[in-house]
Design a protein around this ligand. Structure first.
Ligand SMILES: Nc1ncnc2c1ncn2[C@@H]1O[C@H](COP(=O)(O)OP(=O)(O)OP(=O)(O)O)[C@@H](O)[C@H]1O
Length: 769
């Protein structure tokens, strides 16, 4: 995870912009349910009235509104209304001030509203408890009979004017309500209700209201304002229409803003992801280019390719996902929880329960599938290996009639992968429907609990809708966090694999202060050189001593695996020697810069390697400034002219990737021409003549001795005939030099050489030399 985040360092600014966009998106996303809530609760249920202070009031309402107000609140109340005839008109228009008033006057106004809208059962309860508080026995007797009396009878008994009226509740059900306001007023005026009793009643009411939540409380206040406005003769329908249009418009703008923020965030996330991928690939590639053969061997080229492609691809995908979803989920989750608390629905425990269940469910799901995912990675590797082997060896398979067996081998690997994939896919496909079912169950549960609250009048329909939406958002956020917390460690493995390559330095480094050769000649000196491959137990080369001189050919011969290729690979420092000294023109090669050293060498590897392009581009590969003349001469020496000229396009003929459209011998000749075109001081042929027929081999050697006279030529060969005329022949056996001299000398004093010679040439041929 840290490594994945570390990759984002160069994109700090873009990540900050992206985070900002996500905040805007979250803000809009979370504001939308609020708008829905407002449209339902304010726009539809409260006829579009936004503030709890009525715009117009009858004198009667104006008076009764202040029943539960403190002195300061009463002062505010008086200051915000102006009398116009029999009506009181609100003189405040500033939105902020109205919001302040909503806060300041909410409790007394809702209390008054509640007093004006008391259900019959609640009215009886209030009267009974106030009668029981009075000490005289008569009141107690009346209290016991309250349930049998009608509201009117209770009013007559207590000598108060009590109005009842029928109205719809929040759910549209028509109910009988009692308006207790005038009764309260008379009680306060007559002194039957003391100030402390009012405070006590207010406190009791406040406690009941506390459980409702601010949003619902405000809706009650607004319902009160709507009632007053209507009673004062205002056109509430127009207010409602205006409100709905305005809120709908705002909602649309919010949705638009959310869309833009989300699109910009996605754009940046994809861009950063792709850039991180590009950076990693670049870093990997640059580092791999500096690797010596030892590091390439350690990782294997197949693994390096997988790391450069598959692993980087995975990191790129996870980075984009992380920036888009993992960053967004906590913002939404936490902000959503805050919003949910504000709805006052008090159903947080349902969300907590849902989150716990989701974590448990996803945990079980992944516990079952994760080991299979790990196995799958190995099975994919296995399938790749088998297919690669079969495809590259197709002609051999055909020649030996092994198609059926190989098909079976492939089928086994294929079938194993299929079975594992089927299992994981089946389990994972369970996830979506389960999550859907889970979400629906959550909605049902919330609706069921809310239904009771709505029935009790402690929750509004809009608040429920908002709560459901917020719940879905929170639960989804936790779901994303849970799933990502499982996916991320898997991507961590890819990050680890990439990091391993990036952290690995090349074992072959340039010296800090490289020495220079003023006039390079190309003398190669081996002084008691030993070499052992990294991690190998034994030396591959031991005590090798010889000097290869300019203008002369040094040939190396020996049985398979005797260390010939290894020896020549030491000269361009593909590997560093492990003992002795290796000098070029008297300077240890470790003291020369790699560029200078390799600049002196023309190397023809055992396996001819060509690059896609043209024949000319391949010959000029080591010396892009070579003139046409030089290029033709190199091709001439390498005996490549004949076949090049046979092609329609000559030197401009296409060479496909890896040189697959030229024969093995042609490939070798082009590789030789490429080395010669460089005009090096040291020419190394690592078994490069093996694919040439004897005639071409002889012609090529003749041309070489004529045209590349000054170079130090080192030839590794399998055929004695190739090296018969060499100035010096080194005979290797199991990594040791068992003979050094000309052909004649070796025939006389080197047993190993004689055996090789006798195994390749007849006695008459040998005598004729
Ligand atoms: N990268 C490597 N890591 C470890 N051991 C290696 C590596 N390359 C070669 N060897 C071992 O070093 C020994 C010498 O190999 P080398 O390729 O130099 O022989 P060679 O004489 O060129 O053989 P051939 O004539 O078959 O090409 C062999 O035993 C081989 O197994």
């Amino acid at each position: 995870m840290r490594k994945i985040i570390g990759n984002l360092k160069p994109y700090r600014v873009t990540v900050i912009i992206l985070a900002l966009m996500l905040c805007i998106q979250a803000y809009c996303d979370l504001a939308l349910p609020e708008y829905t809530q407002d449209i339902i609760d304010v726009g539809i249920q409260n006829k579009g009235i936004e503030h709890i202070v009525p715009e117009k009031m009858t004198a009667e309402e104006y008076k009764s509104a202040s029943i539960f107000m403190t002195k300061t609140e009463k002062k505010t109340w008086k200051s915000i209304y102006t009398r116009q005839g029999s009506r009181y008109v609100l003189n405040v228009t500033d939105g902020d001030r109205l919001d302040e008033l909503d806060q300041e006057l909410l409790t007394p106004i809702v209390l008054t509203y509640e007093m004006g809208h008391t259900s019959v059962s609640r009215f009886r309860k209030i009267i009974r408890s106030s009668l029981l508080q009075q000490k005289n026995p008569q009141s107690r007797t009346v209290a016991s009979r309250i349930d049998d009396m009608s509201v009117k009878e209770i009013g007559e008994l207590l000598h108060y004017d009590i109005d009842t009226f029928r109205a719809e509740d929040e759910n549209g059900k028509v109910k009988t309500y009692v308006d207790m306001r005038s009764m309260m007023q008379s009680m306060i005026d007559s002194g039957a209700m003391s100030d402390s009793a009012v405070t006590k009643a207010k406190k009791q009411m406040e406690e009941t209201i506390d459980s409702v939540g601010t949003q619902t409380l405000k809706s009650m206040g607004i319902a009160y304002a709507a009632g007053c406005d209507k009673a004062a003769g205002m056109n509430v329908d127009r207010i409602q229409k205006q409100y709905l249009w305005r809120e709908g418009g705002r909602m649309f703008l919010m949705a638009l803003m959310m869309f833009i923020a989300a699109a910009v965030a996605s754009f940046f996330a994809a861009r950063i992801g792709a850039s991180v991928g590009r950076d990693l690939r670049g870093k990997l590639f640059r580092n791999v280019m500096s690797f010596s053969n030892a590091e390439i061997g350690r990782f294997s080229s197949a693994s390096l390719i997988t790391r450069c492609t598959n692993d980087v691809q995975q990191i790129q995908m996870v980075t984009t996902m992380m920036l888009r979803m993992v960053m967004y989920a906590p913002i939404m989750g936490i902000w959503g929880i805050i919003k949910v608390a504000q709805t006052g629905a008090h159903m947080g425990y349902i969300i907590a329960l849902a989150i716990l269940m989701i974590i448990a469910f996803v945990g079980v799901l992944f516990a079952v599938t994760l080991p299979k995912f790990r196995i799958m990675q190995k099975l994919v590797d296995g399938l790749n290996r088998v297919s690669r082997e079969i495809l590259t060896g197709l002609s051999v398979i055909r020649a030996f009639g092994r198609e059926k067996e190989e098909e079976k081998r492939f089928d086994v690997a294929n079938e194993r992968l299929k079975k594992t994939q089927l299992f994981t896919n089946r389990v994972m496909t369970l996830m979506q429907p389960s999550m859907q079912m889970f979400m629906f169950a959550l909605i049902v549960l919330i609706t069921w609990v809310s239904a009771h609250r709505i029935d009790d009048g402690t929750l509004q329909v809009g608040a429920m809708t908002a709560f459901i939406t917020y719940s879905m958002m929170i639960v989804m956020s936790f779901l994303i966090i849970t799933v990502m917390s499982i996916i991320l460690p898997r991507a961590g493995v890819a990050a680890e694999r990439i990091d391993e390559v990036i952290r690995t330095g090349s074992s072959i480094q340039d010296p800090e202060h490289p020495r220079e050769i003023s006039a390079p000649k190309g003398v190669v000196e081996f002084e008691h050189v030993d070499f052992r491959y990294p991690d190998a137990e034994h030396n591959v080369l031991t005590d090798i001593t010889f000097t290869a001189e300019p203008g002369k050919t040094t040939a190396i011969i020996g049985s398979t695996g005797s260390g010939k290729s290894t020896l020549v690979n030491l000269i361009p420092r593909f590997y560093d020697i492990t003992g002795g000294r290796l000098k070029v023109d008297g300077v240890e090669i470790r003291d020369l810069s790699l560029r200078a050293l390799r600049g002196e060498i023309g190397f023809v590897p055992q396996k001819g390697v060509l690059f896609s392009g043209t024949i000319a581009s391949n010959i000029r590969f080591g010396n892009k400034d070579a003139s046409d003349e030089e290029m033709r001469e190199a091709a001439e020496i390498a005996q490549a002219t004949d076949f090049i000229e046979e092609k329609n396009m000559g030197f401009e003929s296409d060479v496909s990737q890896g040189g697959s459209n030229v024969s093995g011998g042609q490939k070798q000749r082009l590789a030789i021409a490429r080395a010669i075109a460089r005009r090096p001081k040291i020419l190394i042929f690592d078994d490069s003549f093996s694919a040439l027929d004897m005639k071409t081999d002889a012609k090529l050697r003749k041309k070489l001795s004529e045209k590349v006279k000054d170079a130090t030529t080192i030839v590794v060969a399998q055929r004695i005939s190739t090296i018969l005329n060499a100035d010096q022949i080194l005979v290797l056996d199991e990594g040791r030099m068992v003979g050094k001299g000309t052909h004649q000398e070796l025939m006389e004093n080197c047993e190993v050489y004689r055996q090789i010679a006798e195994s390749q040439l007849s006695s008459t041929e040998l005598e004729g030399i």
